[in-house]
Write a protein of this length. Sequence first.
Length: 174
Amino acid sequence: MVLNSTTGGSKGVGTLNADELYRKGARLTGSWYTLCASSNGAASASTTNFTGCGSVNSINASEAGAVQVGAIPFSGTVGAFGCSTPATTTYIPTDPGNTKSYAFTLRDMPAAGSAFADTTSTCTETGNGSTVTSCTDTTHHPSVTQLDQLTVKIVPSGTPTALTVRCWARIDPT
């Protein structure tokens, strides 16, 4: 079975059970995209929060409540990671406020592991009061292993406007 996951992640492949794909001998080509997003509530303006990947999740004060739906279907590297802050109800990108920011860190838990750890994929969205609504990291390429799970850590600075968060990661197979 060959799946071209170029449009990937939560648009198709991300919703499949990676373990089942592996057992059936699936071979994936192209990149796999996973959506890390919040739909219920907004990122706190004062404390660290987490959101899961692989589906639309709630913002959580604990990482245990933000675990990814599904797992990475193959080993690879993070080709790119990015986040944006659309307004809670309108999904129009919104600036976090002048000199205020959200720092986003992609976190990984190995399939055989017991805890999430920060990866080198990070980006910071620092507002200018009107036009900064996203950030992207295309410099860092941490390795991930088949069946790992991902979350995103969200750290506010300067009491930014509480916003819904949409993040994504592109996983390139190795």
